[in-house]
Design a protein. Structure first.
Length: 74
């Protein structure tokens, strides 16, 4: 999942109790000074539950992509 930033940085750390999160971190500009969004790998039954990991109103867009260990499902 990619949360594409809009404004001030959001969701810089995972909220406690989010066991479905596999990997999580900020998307930064090439020089590392500007927050551009958040990337997360989560185990969720659907896109809406995956989006719930992020504070949705703090992003211009949130992209959810299907993924399995080993790559995208074929």
């Amino acid at each position: 999942m990619l949360g594409l930033g809009a404004g001030l940085a959001a969701d810089l750390t995972v909220r406690p109790g989010r066991d479905e999160v596999i990997a999580y971190g900020p998307l930064l500009s090439d020089d590392g000074t500007a927050w551009l969004g958040t990337a997360a790998l989560v185990q969720a039954p659907d896109a809406d539950q995956a989006r719930a990991i992020l504070t949705t109103d703090r992003y211009a867009d949130i992209e959810v992509h299907n993924w399995d260990f080993g790559g995208r499902p074929s």
